[in-house]
Design a protein around this ligand. Structure first.
Ligand code: ADP
Length: 273
């Protein structure tokens, strides 16, 4: 079942700049979709339509069949779709980790005992329970982002949109956040991940490529990264193992077309080529 439906969506910012042009897509319950595209291609603008931060200039966006343009639906939509942004420093407000995770719940007027229960559960699920009394300023970038994600998990939304959540993190922080995203997906959440790291996009079930305000192509990571020339012409990269497999193929090695990860390539090479 589609939890997000986008129909003939056009969006212009106040300066009349057309940011989205006739976008159509559907995201199914429990799906993990990555959105890739060069800077300014419209990824964030599209994502902000998924929880009614932006409302279509023309066309429709539905979340669980709720029209995002109808003001009375806003509360329900926000209780279904959480957002995590690039810079955890902009998202973390409180001086103590547990207060920060509790912040959104307090705003909803939830009982203190239930807040404590959800805060502990969320911190545990991001592996940060031991840090609940810490000051966020003492944490690494990856840990801060996990705290921001705990705040979103605590809201118990069934969809989480991640807008370049690893862009400001070191490789260790990136790995921590990607592990967490995959765990949330495995638990049944619908995940939408905007990223400019192709190895992260390769971990999704489906990829949308955006270019100049349009979804140019959608498909499985295998389908998307099979056309290396097209990806490069769009100013994007392919995951490093895909590139390496391609070079080996051109040198005469027999390498299957389905290589996405280093593990795939290692297994293929071990297979006796
Ligand atoms: P991406 O996330 O792919 O980098 P964006 O959705 O941020 O792309 O931007 C799409 C287009 O909309 C770009 O041309 C960008 O300059 C423009 N844009 C983004 N935010 C605003 C804004 N607040 N006001 C005006 N134009 C904007």
């Amino acid at each position: 079942m589609a939890v997000i439906k986008v129909k003939n969506l056009n969006f212009c910012y106040a300066n009349d700049k057309v940011a989205l042009e006739n976008v159509n897509c559907e995201i199914s319950e429990g799906e993990f979709v990555a959105i890739i595209g060069t800077n300014g291609s419209g990824k964030s603008t599209l994502a902000k339509h998924f929880n009614a931060l932006l409302i279509p200039t023309e066309g429709k966006v539905f979340v669980d069949n709720l029209d995002t343009a109808i003001a009375e639906n806003l509360w329900q939509i926000r209780s279904k779709v959480g957002m995590v942004f690039q810079n955890p420093d902009n998202e973390i407000i409180a001086a103590i980790v547990e207060d920060d995770v509790a912040f959104g719940l307090e705003n909803l007027g939830i009982e203190p005992a239930e807040i404590r229960r959800r805060v502990d559960l969320s911190l545990d699920s991001v592996g940060m329970l031991n840090y609940k009394n810490f000051s966020p300023t003492k944490l690494s970038g990856g840990q801060k982002q996990r705290i921001a994600i705990a705040g979103t998990i605590a809201m118990q939304t069934k969809i989480i949109v991640f807008d370049e959540p690893t862009a400001m993190l070191d490789p260790q922080g990136r790995r921590e956040v990607m592990r967490l995203i995959k765990k949330l997906h495995a638990q049944g959440l619908t995940i939408i991940l905007i990223t400019h790291f192709m190895d992260e996009a390769a971990q999704a079930e489906k990829i949308f490529i955006m270019s100049q305000g349009k979804i140019l192509k959608s498909g499985t990571p295998q389908e998307i990264f099979s056309d290396i020339v097209q990806i490069k012409n769009l100013g994007l990269d392919v995951p490093a193992p895909v590139e390496l497999a391609d070079r080996l193929r051109r040198k005469g090695y027999k390498i299957s077309k389905n290589i996405l990860t280093a593990e795939d390539l290692a297994a293929e090479l071990k297979g006796g080529n």
